[in-house]
Design a protein around this ligand. Structure first.
Ligand SMILES: Nc1nc2c(c(=O)[nH]1)N[C@H]1C(S)=C(S)[C@@H](COP(=O)(O)OP(=O)(O)OC[C@H]3O[C@@H](n4cnc5c(N)ncnc54)[C@H](O)[C@@H]3O)O[C@H]1N2
Ligand code: MOO
Length: 401
C-alpha cells in the first residue's frame, strides 16, 4: 500500500492550475494571483509632506528665522509656482512640497502672523519629506503570481491603480455520494439507511479550500447509475466520490467510472482512517475516490483533497501544516497504517500546547470529529509512548475543516 506522501505526490503530479479570470478588486481577497501586479504609477507621485506645517529651504531655516508665507497648498492643491529664498508655503500632511523647498517645519515649531512665519526650531534637509517613489515606482513588481491575496495586498494593488486583477478561476469540484442506503438531508431515508453527511461536509470544505462545490444527486449502488452520474462531472476540474471504494460486492465506484474511461492511478493507502482511497483520471477529469465512512472521507479530504484543490487554484498544494504538542495520555504502539487520532487541544499550565485524543476512534463518529480540534499523527509502526510524550498534530479549523 502507498504511503500518504507518495499518494499526495501522485495526485499533485496530475493536476494543473485553472486558467485566469479577471475580477474586480473588491472580490479579489483570498484569490490566487494569476499574473504579477505591476505598479501603474509612482507612489508618492511627487515629494509630499509627512506633517502639517511649512515648506521651507533648509538653508533659510535657522531657529528664529522669519520667512514670508507666499502661499497655502492643501493636499490635492499643489502650490503653483516655485518657492524662492526667504519664503515659506503653508502645507498639510499629503501636500505636494513646492519646487525650491526641501524641508518641512511642523506647525508646533512655528508661529504665523501677518504673512510671516517665525521658526522656533531649525529645519533640516529632507525632514518630514516623503520623497517621490518612497513606497514604489511605476513598473515595479508589487505582488508575484501565485500569491493568495490578503486585505493588505488588495490595498497595495489599489494604491498602484489596479481596479481589476487577474486571478486563477476557482476550480469546480463535483461531489458524488454513492450508495443505496444514502439519502440527502430532508429526503425519505431508506430502511436502515443514512443521511449523506459527506456531500455537505465536503461541499463546505471545498469552499473553504477555494473551490466551487457542485453536489450531484446520490448514485445508487449500480454500475450504470454511477457511470451516468459521472457524466455530470465531465466539465468539473475535480470529481470527489464517496462510498463504494472498498472491496465489497456493492462497492462499484471503480467499475462504474471505468465504463467512462477511468484510468486508475492508485487504490488503497497505508493510513487510517481512509485506507480505500482511490485516485485516477477520467476523460481528463481527475477523480479522488473517498471512502464512505464520514470521518475517513473528511480526513482523506484534508490530506489529499485540500492540496489537490489548492494546486488547481494555482498554489503548491502543500500537506496540511503540523505542529508539536504534548500528549496527555499514553498511546499504544501503531500498526502498519499511519493513524490520525481525533483529539482536543488545550494549554498546559506551563503554556505548552497539550493534546488529548478521544477514546474510541471509529470512522463513523461524526460528533467526535466535529468536537475535535486536531488530529494526532501516528506514523506507521510508531512505538508505544507514555503520557507526556511529544507528538505532532494538524489543527482542523485552521485547515478549513
Ligand atoms: N472486508 C473489508 N471491508 C472493508 C475494508 C476492507 O479493507 N476490507 N475497508 C473498510 C474501510 S477502512 C472503510 S473506510 C470502508 C470504506 O468503504 P466504502 O468506501 O466502500 O464505503 P461504503 O461501504 O459505501 O460506506 C461505508 C460507510 O459509510 C457510510 N456512508 C457512505 N456514504 C456516505 C455518505 N455520503 N454520508 C454519510 N455516510 C456515508 C455507509 O453507510 C457505510 O456505513 O470499508 C470498510 N470495509
Ligand atoms: O480506513 Mo477506514 O477509513 O478505517 O474506516
Amino acid at each position: 500500500m502507498l504511503s500518504i506522501t507518495d499518494a499526495r505526490g501522485r495526485i499533485l503530479a496530475l493536476l494543473r492550475p485553472t486558467g485566469a479570470e479577471i475580477v474586480p478588486l473588491g472580490e479579489a481577497a483570498g484569490r490566487v494571483l494569476a499574473a504579477p501586479v505591476i505598479s501603474r504609477l509612482t507612489q508618492p507621485p511627487r515629494d509630499v509632506s509627512a506633517m502639517d506645517g511649512y515648506a521651507v529651504r533648509a538653508d533659510d531655516a535657522a531657529a528664529g528665522a522669519r520667512l514670508r508665507v507666499v502661499g497655502i497648498a492643501p493636499a490635492g492643491h499643489p502650490f503653483g509656482g516655485a518657492m524662492g529664498p526667504g519664503e515659506a508655503v503653508r502645507l498639510f500632511t499629503g501636500s505636494v512640497v513646492p519646487e525650491g523647498a526641501d524641508c518641512i517645519v511642523i506647525q508646533e515649531d512655528a508661529t504665523e502672523a501677518d504673512g510671516i512665519v517665525t521658526l522656533r526650531e531649525r529645519g533640516l534637509p529632507g525632514r518630514h519629506v516623503r520623497g517621490a517613489g518612497l513606497d514604489f515606482a511605476v513598473g515595479d513588481e508589487l505582488l508575484p503570481a501565485g500569491r493568495v491575496l490578503t486585505a493588505r495586498d488588495v490595498g497595495l494593488a489599489a494604491a498602484a491603480n489596479h481596479p481589476w486583477l487577474s486571478v486563477h478561476r476557482r476550480p469546480t469540484v463535483a461531489i458524488l455520494a454513492t450508495g443505496d442506503e444514502i439519502a440527502m438531508p430532508g429526503e425519505p431515508i431508506p430502511a436502515g439507511g443514512i443521511v449523506s453527511s459527506n456531500s455537505h461536509a465536503l461541499a463546505a470544505f471545498v469552499r473553504a479550500c477555494g473551490g466551487v462545490p457542485v453536489i450531484l444527486p446520490v448514485a445508487r449502488d449500480d454500475r450504470e447509475a454511477i457511470a451516468a452520474a459521472a457524466d455530470a462531472a465531465a466539465r468539473a476540474d475535480l470529481l470527489l466520490t464517496t462510498g463504494g471504494a472498498s472491496v465489497g460486492t456493492y462497492d462499484l465506484v471503480q467499475q462504474g467510472l471505468s465504463d467512462r474511461g477511468l484510468a486508475l492511478d492508485f487504490w488503497k493507502i497505508a493510513m487510517r482512517p481512509g485506507k480505500p482511497l482511490m485516485f485516477g483520471s477520467m476523460g481528463g477529469v481527475p477523480v479522488l475516490g473517498l471512502p464512505g465512512n464520514p470521518v475517513s472521507a473528511m480526513i482523506c479530504a484534508l490530506l489529499f483533497g485540500r492540496p489537490a484543490i489548492e494546486r488547481l487554484c494555482g498554489l503548491a498544494g502543500d500537506a496540511p501544516p503540523r505542529e508539536p504538542a504534548r500528549c496527555t495520555v499514553a498511546l499504544a504502539a501503531n500498526d502498519h497504517r499511519a493513524d490520525h487520532l481525533r483529539a482536543v487541544l488545550a494549554r498546559g499550565e506551563d503554556g505548552m500546547l497539550e493534546v488529548t485524543p478521544f477514546g474510541p476512534q471509529d470512522s463513523s463518529m461524526l460528533r467526535r470529529l466535529a468536537r475535535a480540534d486536531a488530529v494526532v499523527l501516528r506514523a506507521p509502526d510508531a512505538p508505544a509512548v507514555a503520557a507526556g510524550a511529544m507528538v505532532e498534530v494538524i489543527r482542523l479549523a485552521a485547515c478549513g475543516l
